[in-house]
Design a protein around this ligand. Sequence first.
Ligand code: TTP
Length: 225
Amino acid sequence: MIRHISRISSQFSKPFTVIIEGNIGSGKSTFLQHFENHKDVCVLSEPVEMWRNCAGHNLLANHYENPVKWSFTFQSYIQLTMLQRHTFVTSKPIKLLERSIFSARYCFIEQLFRRGTLEAPSVSVLNEWFKYVITKFDVSVDLIVYLRTSPEVVYERVLTRNRKEEQSVSLQYLKDLHDLHENWLFHKTAFSRPAHVLTLNADLGRLAIREEYQKCEDHLLSVTG
Ligand code: TTP
């Protein structure tokens, strides 16, 4: 599947690190599954299961049930789990991460602030942590893969997958998150990008999207080869 990757990246002592970004339901997990069995790729899926069970507490559910009360707690924990992913040590030459500490800050925390769910003092505390973490730890990234979707398409997917915690996710919520991703990764008018962005059309269905995955493989070849 990605037959050339092994030969290209073994020269790097630090793995070539790719973060996979996109709206809720954009297909990040499916994208990662495509690379999962390659011997040279370390795939780090999002720690949703950790968010569902922090010492027995389902923070994801708490967050959606009562965001004003719990979103600070939830986003604090997400920052920690993202840092754990970024600093995960692997001997494999390529590391793929589902999301990052960057999208948690630039998209989700930002959205909660704009909606008034998180107030300025809470955002300031999360932001101070964020700034400290990104300067004191190696969270560097070599490539961002942006799975670009339209809000209507991901809304349908969220309804279809029917994750029990996400019952309150509305089309408007996804539109707002979409705009934040777009301004950050596509129009490049907000925040800064930790690496070059490769944009894929993730509105496509499961079969057609394989061609988009191929673009990513090709890009990995061109930047590392
Ligand atoms: P996503 O990170 O978008 O994962 P997903 O399972 O929707 O990915 P895909 O369908 O593309 O494979 O979100 C997981 C859940 O966590 C979703 O309900 C949004 C929520 N979330 C936050 O509320 N804040 C955050 O900072 C992050 C990263 C996720």
